[in-house]
Design a protein around this ligand. Structure first.
Ligand code: PLP
Length: 395
């Protein structure tokens, strides 16, 4: 048995994406800046991809900028808004405590450069309260950046409402939608989004490519100096094959979305219901406003890392916290942000489901997670202290 349940970390490339890339690599190898036919054909491929991607999120092609991925798009969006704000004497930014590090670390840098950052509480359910956002907006606020869906606990923010508040108050709104694009419907116009980040490898496209949507009129700052590619806002010869692969993957994901999302929600909810039967466990994040494929639990009295290794032995790829934080001993900043204490946060498990998952896979995961949790608890000193009443249960 082999089950890949770590789709929030990265996804397997779709056949359509691979085919699109192969064609580019084997035949369309020209430089898009070259004037002869071979170069112009590569340019056409890029512009067609731009149109297809724009159409999926309700944007105009000219509003899509290709980047090396989600991290770069986040950096560029935030830096751009900061530059615009600085020029107007506005140096206050609002975000949340459980953003991806691409956002949090960029904000940290800006703080060192004299910006002030307010991080909103995401509460126990992992959701921002729009009225708290509204109250936090000041005259000198230049940017609100709130992620569309969280990469660890999968909670989906009330984006349209947040965007509406920002629009009303004249503040730029950026959303890191890396986990949402290709998985849930997004319309940048209806959702009042000024800037949005996405990454191909989270929706069955290749790694190392993503895009930044920036509404017409939002002046971008470039992070990389050089040639005039991407209208001068992102220098460097375009990764034509990856761009074509990203567009092919997104087109397919968007076409399959309603039916796939419905099926995934069904599997997700069954998995959640079954894992809840494990004593002293808790689902992390709201059960309803949640990505169709995200399941994230804390099990008291165990170490997430041990759980992962034993599940790996049984053919299940899962995660404990995000890939960026594993390898460090600090518990996930996301779980701490929703109020989990250190000991509980350490015993977390994220299963992020893929579109090829079956009912049998769910049964297999349920059986194995239950067995492994029980096994680990059987010799855990922490669990012994909990059972003997020496330390109180939290969950
Ligand atoms: C994966 C991820 C990123 C980073 O995207 P890369 O393309 O890997 O740089 C940013 N934000 C979120 C929410 C993510 O899940």
């Amino acid at each position: 048995m082999f089950i890949y349940a770590d789709n929030a970390a990265t996804t397997k490339m779709s056949r359509a994406a691979i085919e699109a890339m192969l064609t580019c690599m084997e035949e369309q190898y020209g430089n898009p800046s070259s004037l002869y036919m071979l170069g112009q054909r590569a340019k056409e491929i890029i512009e067609q991809a731009r149109e297809e991607i724009a159409a999926v999120i309700g944007a105009q092609p000219g509003e899509i900028l290709f980047t090396s991925g989600g991290s770069e798009a986040d950096n560029q969006a935030i830096r751009s808004a900061a530059r615009i704000g600085e020029k107007a004497g506005k140096k206050h930014i609002i975000s949340t405590a459980f953003e991806h590090h691409a956002v949090l670390h960029t904000l940290k840098k800006l703080e060192e450069e004299g910006f002030e950052v307010t991080l909103l509480d995401v509460h126990e359910d992992g959701l921002v309260r729009p009225q708290e956002l509204e109250a936090a907006i000041r005259d000198d606020t230049c940017l609100v950046t709130v992620m569309f869906a969280n990469n660890e606990i999968g909670t989906i923010q009330p984006i349209r409402e947040i965007g509406g508040i920002c629009r009303k108050r004249g503040v730029l709104f950026h959303t890191d939608a890396v986990q949402a694009v290709g998985h849930v419907p997004i319309d940048v116009v209806k959702d009042n989004i000024d800037m949005l980040s996405a990454s191909a490898h989270k929706f069955h496209g290749p790694k190392g490519i993503g895009f930044l949507y920036a509404r017409k009129g939002v002046r971008l700052t470039n992070l990389i100096e050089g040639g005039a590619q991407e209208r001068g806002f992102r220098a460097g010869t375009e990764n034509v094959a990856a761009i074509a692969g990203m567009a092919a993957a997104l087109k397919e994901a968007a076409a399959d979305m309603p039916a796939e999302a419905e099926r995934m929600r069904g599997l997700r909810d069954r998995l959640i219901a079954e894992l809840k039967e494990i004593p002293h466990s808790a689902l992390n994040g709201d059960a309803v406003s949640r990505l169709p494929g995200n399941v994230n639990f804390c099990f008291e009295g165990i170490e997430g890392e041990s759980l992962l290794l034993l599940l790996d032995d049984r053919g299940i790829c899962a995660s404990s916290g995000s890939a960026c934080t594993s390898g460090s001993l600090d518990p996930s900043h996301v779980l701490l942000a929703i109020g989990r204490v250190h000991d509980v946060a350490h015993g977390s498990l994220r299963l992020s489901l893929g579109e090829d998952l079956t009912e049998e896979d769910v049964d297999y995961m349920v059986r194995n997670v239950k067995e492994v949790v029980e096994y680990l608890r059987s010799f855990s000193p922490v669990w012994r202290d909990l059972m003997s009443g020496k330390t109180p249960f939290i969950l």
